[in-house]
Design a protein around this ligand. Sequence first.
Ligand code: MTE
Length: 317
Amino acid sequence: MLIKTKKSWELSENEVTNEDLFNKRRQFMKMGGVAAMSSYLPALSWAAADHLANQIALAPTTRTLDEKLNSFEEITNYNNFYELGTGKGDPVKNADELNTDDWSIEVTGECDNPGTYALEDLINFNDLEERIYRMRCVEAWSMVIPWTGVSLSTILDKMNPNSDAKYVGFETIYDRSNPLSGQRSRVLDWPYREGLRLDEAMHPLTMMAVGIYGKPMPNQNGAPLRLVVPWKYGFKSIKSITKINFSKTQPQTSWNMAGPREYGFFSNVNPEVNHPRWSQGSERRIGELFRRDTLMFNGYGAEVASMYDGMDMSTNY
Ligand code: MTE
C-alpha cells in the first residue's frame, strides 16, 4: 500500500501562509504597492507590471521552514552583487545603476525554441509560488529568505532542450560600452557566468525568482529575475539573468574561472570540505549571535543527494 507521508515543509492547501508575511502583503497591497513598486518593473508594460506585482503579492506559500526568517531589511541591505560593488552595502547603494527597462532573455544552444524572450513569455505569472529557503554563502554566512518565483524547469521545458543538452549556462547583464560601476574593476571576468547540470536545473527545488517577501525583486537582489539553488553555495544563484544557453559540455563559470582551487563547478554546500582559506563547518546566520552548524547540502540532502550518487564528495568540486 502506498502511504504518502507529508514532509515537514509541505503545506496542506487550506493552511494559511505565515501570518506575518500575510499581513505584510496585505499592507503592501493596501498602500498601493503596485504603483509604488512599479519602478522595479519597468521591463514590462504597465499592465504586465501591475499583473506581476499583484501575482507576486498573492502567490501562495508552498514551502515553509521551521526557522526564523531574515527581515526584508537584512535581505536587501547585505548583499553580494559584484556588478554593483564588492562591499556588502554597495549593491543597495548603487541599485539605481541597474536599468531593467525592456529586459529580455536570450535563449541559445541545444534546444528547439531558441530566441529572445520577454519576462512574461518565460514565466507564467499565475504559477508564481512562495518558497522559504535557506541560503548559504560560500563566505560562511546564511539567511532564510521567502522567495517568489517558479520552478526553473517550467521555463526550460518551454525551450524543449534536445538530447545533446547536458548543461545549462546563465549570464548576467553586461554592456561593455556602459558597464555597471563594479564591472569597471577586473575582480571577475565579466559577464558573471554560472551553470548547472541539466538534471540540477530541472530539479523541483531549483527556482527562478522574481520576488522577495511578496514584493517584486529589488535590484540589489537580482531584478528582474535570478536563480535560486538552495543546496549550493550562494554564488551559483546568479542574478539579473540575460542569457540562458543549453550545451553539451560543462559551461565556464565566473568563480571557478577566478579561483579553480577554491570554487568548484558543483559547489554543493558541504561542511566536510573546507574552503582552502576558511572552515565550512559552521556559519553565521545574519541576525544571530552564535554560529550554527552547516548542514550537508544546506539541509536539502533528502531531496538532492541522489543526483550525486557515486560522485567523490571529498574534494571542492
Ligand atoms: N550574481 C551576480 N550576477 N553577481 C554576483 O556578484 N553574487 C552571488 C550570487 N549571485 C553574485 C550573484 C553570491 S556570492 C551570493 S552569496 C548571492 O548572489 C547573494 O544573494 P543576495 O545578495 O540576494 O543574498
